[in-house]
Design a protein around this ligand. Structure first.
Ligand code: MN
Length: 128
C-alpha cells in the first residue's frame, strides 16, 4: 500500500517504547518520517513547533491522558487542524464514541492490526 509519493511527517506520542519501535518500523517501511515523543508535554511542544501531517496519540499515559492531550491540541491555533489518531488497548464501543466526540479522527486498538493501521493512516492523510 502506497500513500502517494509524499514523505509524510508523523508525530507519535507514546510512553511505551515497544509500541514506539513497532510504529517506527511500520512508518519507515512506507518512507514516512517519525517524530517521537515519549511524554505528553514533549508531544504538545513538538506538535506546535513541527506541525506534523498527522499525530498518533496513545490514550493511556501516566502524566496526562490522550483525551487531555487532544483537548489541548484542539485549543491551539498551530495544531487545531492536524488529524489525530488515538491508540488504546481499551477499544470498547463507548470509548470509540467518546474518542470521536473528543475530536479524534480515528481510533485504533492495541495490539495494532497492521493492515488496519495502514488503512486508517491512508484514509486520514489523504483526507487531510
Ligand atoms: Mn501508554
Amino acid at each position: 500500500m502506497k500513500i502517494g509519493d509524499r514523505s509524510f511527517r508523523i508525530l507519535y506520542i507514546e510512553d511505551n517504547e515497544a509500541n514506539m519501535r513497532l510504529v517506527a518500523k511500520l512508518l519507515e517501511h512506507h518512507g514516512m518520517q517519525l517524530i517521537e515523543a515519549s511524554t505528553p508535554i514533549k508531544g504538545l511542544q513538538l506538535a506546535e513547533s513541527q506541525k506534523p501531517d498527522l499525530i498518533l496519540l496513545d490514550i493511556q499515559m501516566p502524566e496526562m491522558s490522550g483525551f487531555e492531550v487532544i483537548s489541548k491540541l484542539r485549543a491551539m491555533d498551530a495544531t487545531r487542524e492536524i488529524p489525530v489518531v488515538g491508540l488504546s488497548a481499551n477499544a470498547m464501543r463507548a470509548d470509540i464514541e467518546k474518542a470521536h466526540a473528543a475530536g479524534f479522527d480515528a481510533y485504533l486498538s492495541k495490539p495494532l492490526d497492521i493492515d488496519k493501521f495502514y488503512e486508517v493512516l491512508n484514509r486520514v492523510l489523504i483526507r487531510g
